[in-house]
Design a protein around this ligand. Structure first.
Ligand code: ZN
Length: 205
């Protein structure tokens, strides 16, 4: 069994090969994690760490880390590494911010009022801050409510009026062809970075 320093050296060797490369295929030994494999595929490896005698592939900062400030996300949006890419692609890359899957990326961009084709470098500093704040707020609300990303007061009112959870859960995700809760425009389904997204062409610019 290798000792800690030897594991550290192996981690460094792995890091030289893996960091910055996309994951081609993700496999989890635990069934309950299998559903997340798709979220990690095509993600970039950010670091390889030794944890005791195991390796840990580290991705970008975790959106659910309560110590992660919105400013840190805004700085990443403005960084050379990420600023030139479309928001649609960026929000599926776990080396940008980890823990955001397809429905969260869709909902975050709606809350920030931004179209997924836009690039971080084309946003104003105020828009980058708003997007960073939406990134953390939507992800944390979804975690706290087991997946509700819609405005909570609106979701409560819709629930009270008898709407099923699938109808009040999100702002736009999986609501193609329906009316935007905020403005009434018809929500469009689009394919971006190989995955379905939903946008309100009136609320998002
Ligand atoms: Zn709208």
């Amino acid at each position: 069994m290798p000792e800690g320093a030897e594991v550290r050296r192996q981690a460094d060797r792995l890091a030289r090969v893996l960091v910055g490369r996309p994951l081609a295929r993700v496999w989890f030994g635990l069934d309950r994690l299998a559903a997340h494999a798709g979220d990690l595929e095509a993600a970039g490896v950010h670091a390889v760490e030794a944890r005791g005698k195991a390796f840990l592939l580290r991705f970008g900062p975790d959106a659910l880390d309560p110590t992660l400030p919105a400013e840190a996300v805004a700085e990443r949006l403005a960084s050379r590494t990420f600023r030139g890419r479309s928001l649609a692609a960026l929000y599926l890359d776990q080396s940008f911010v980890a823990g955001i899957g397809n429905y969260l990326r869709t909902e975050i961009l709606f809350v920030a009022g931004l179209l997924p084709e836009r690039r971080a470098k084309d946003l104003s500093p105020e828009q980058r801050v708003a997007l960073a704040e939406a990134t953390l707020a939507v992800t944390r609300q979804s975690y706290a409510t087991a997946g509700i990303t819609n405005d909570l007061a609106r979701a409560s009112a819709l629930k009270a009026s008898g709407e099923p959870r699938g109808r009040y859960r999100h702002h736009v995700f999986a609501r193609g062809g329906r009316a935007c809760w905020a403005c009434g425009a018809v929500i469009e389904r689009v394919e971006l970075a190989g995955r379905r997204m939903y946008v309100c062409g009136s609320c998002q610019r």
